[in-house]
Design a protein around this ligand. Structure first.
Ligand code: HEC
Ligand code: HEC
Length: 486
């Protein structure tokens, strides 16, 4: 095995020396720590996957689009099988709705722990072990590791099928990628389309009319509710801008040239449809985080934006999505593909102004301090609240009323495992991540910045281990009951 690894490294090194950037690298072996691990179906974007390559994507491509489409379509079944096999090994993906808990517009919340344990292990046993022991015995549950993108070496924006179909229906645009599909099952995702609550018009309740807001209907729905600046901001949020995979050049991942994507393609109705992407901030490719689209609800009370980028205003984040994230943090390739530079005073500001109106969903059991009103809460929810602010130590970072401290924390999850390659993602230290607010959290599965946790039960097990809080099975259930009413 070790020898084979060395041979593959030598092969890779000679390959790098011989091949020009952008040349075909079909099924390049991914090699790490001297261990040949796996093959990568499909073709990586340039040479980025190979550690010390280049930070830049190739601009002058030698392969024509018809040949790229043909090659990547052929590789797609293997790419998707590799990802689905990984998901099945990591999780119980069954459709098991909770009987008495739904998201804001009625989609059932999925219940139960979905992260798989290795044979013979139990959650009770696991929490008695130290991080070092868990690491040395390789006992860290596979679902707690960083989650790779459906095709990590390739990356890019991926939309769930239901969103693709709705846009096709409303606007006749096709968001299908020819090289891969979205991976997580629909029952584990947020409701679609999600409701919209405005901080300025709480009297209206959900203003989405149960529809996905697009360029086709936004004016009809919002004229008379928003002021003209906000209406113009919303128009821009549902207008397409070019992007790395969705553009008109030969370096795209749609069969036909694409007009691009809209902000609400991922932040559907100002919330999220769990579309995914790779963070643009990191090189090489294998260290880039998969990122699950966060909701835009409650931006008004937040002070840091992005899981790691820590931009300080919604205006900045809006402006730099186009210049940065849309093109993987590579402004050079963005210029080739038609980056749409937004004007700060009349476009960025208007878009930010609308985003800042998006409210958290109603939480009828919470009082004005964000804590349970005791006349409305059940005994289990009250016990959960006590734990949240006490033994479970959650409130140390998730402070009421919105359950965030507007800061970042390094959870050092890498204490629990030895680094390893998982489907082209090098699982190692993630670094500090933003404390995402927990208000309305039941509406936003999957959880964590990369969506590696599927249910609230999973997050409770995760933090119990990471924080070493030794909760009992009953305490964990109470904590979940509390999280569901936030
Ligand atoms: C691929 C789908 C996708 C599209 C399209 C998209 N976003 Fe995002 N957005 C994300 C993801 C993923 C993050 C998290 C980024 C990170 O962790 O660094 C994010 C983060 C944000 C944040 C910060 C949220 C927070 O809680 O920190 C804002 C604000 C935002 N996006 C606005 C926009 C705007 C404005 C547009 C259009 C110009 C846009 N997004 C387009 C996926 C998307
Ligand atoms: C040391 C600070 C800290 C403590 C204590 C803490 N959290 Fe968190 N929490 C975070 C950070 C940071 C994240 C984002 C982590 C990531 O995305 O990788 C997070 C994310 C979450 C998420 C997912 C949010 C989302 O939008 O996906 C949930 C749910 C959560 N925490 C629940 C809890 C619970 C329950 C407890 C107590 C058992 C707890 N947290 C204790 C810092 C903390």
């Amino acid at each position: 095995m070790a020898e084979e690894g060395i041979v593959k490294i030598q092969y890779l090194v000679s390959l790098c020396a011989v091949l020009a950037v952008g040349a075909a690298l079909t099924a390049a072996p991914v090699t790490v720590l001297g261990k040949a691990t796996e093959k990568t179906p499909g073709v990586p974007h340039g040479l980025r996957e190979q550690g010390k390559g280049t930070s830049y994507a190739p601009v002058d491509l030698k392969e024509d689009i018809a040949s790229v489409i043909d090659r990547m379509k052929t590789a797609k079944p293997e790419v998707m099988k590799r990802q689905m096999d990984l998901l099945k090994e990591r999780y119980d993906l069954a459709n098991r709705p909770a009987k008495d808990a739904t998201m804001s517009r009625g989609k059932p919340i999925q219940e139960g722990i979905r992260v798989a344990l290795s044979k013979g292990m139990t959650w009770e046993k696991l929490q008695t072990m130290s991080p070092e022991e868990i690491r040395d015995k390789d006992a860290f549950p596979s679902g707690f590791f960083p989650l790779p993108h459906p095709n990590h070496p390739e990356g890019g924006m991926v939309f769930p099928q239901f969103h693709i179909e709705e846009i096709q229906k409303q606007e006749g645009r096709d968001l299908t990628r020819f090289d891969l599909d979205f991976d997580l099952p629909v029952h584990l995702l947020p409701e679609f389309p999600p409701p919209i609550y405005l901080t300025t018009r709480p009297d209206l309740g959900d203003v989405s009319q149960g529809k996905l807001v697009t360029l086709d209907n936004y004016y009809e729905f919002f004229n008379g509710i928003l002021n003209p600046k906000q209406l113009e901001g919303l128009r821009l949020l549902v207008t397409t801008f070019p992007q790395q995979q969705f553009n008109q050049t030969e370096d795209r991942r749609t069969i036909r040239p694409s007009r691009g994507v809209t902000c609400f393609e991922c932040h559907a109705n100002g919330h999220t449809n769990a579309s995914t992407h790779l963070a643009g901030d990191v090189r090489p490719q294998e260290l880039r985080h998969r990122i699950d689209t966060p909701t835009l609800r409650g931006l008004n009370i937040q002070r840091l934006f992005g899981s790691q980028r820590a931009l300080k205003t919604v205006e900045d984040f809006t402006e730099f999505e186009q210049r940065g994230a849309y093109f993987d943090g590579d402004h050079v390739i963005g210029t080739k593909k038609g980056a749409n530079i937004l004007e700060r005073g009349s476009q960025v500001h208007f878009m930010a102004e609308f985003q800042e109106l998006l409210d958290f969903p109603p939480a009828p059991k919470l009082g004005i301090d964000g804590k349970l009103s005791s006349s409305k809460a059940t005994a289990a929810e009250k016990r959960g609240e006590m734990l949240f602010f006490g033994k479970a130590t959650c409130a140390g970072c998730h402070q009421a009323p919105y359950y965030t401290d507007n800061s970042m924390h390094n959870l050092k999850v890498e204490r629990f495992y030895k680094p390893r390659m998982i489907n082209g993602r090098m699982a190692s230290a993630d670094g500090p991540i933003k404390t995402f607010p927990l208000r309305g959290i039941k509406d936003s599965p999957p959880y964590l910045h990369d969506g590696r946790l599927l249910t609230l039960e999973d997050t409770v097990e995760f933090f119990n281990l990471v924080l070493g809080t030794q909760l009992t099975a009953e305490e964990k259930q109470d904590l979940v009951a509390f999280l569901r009413v936030l």
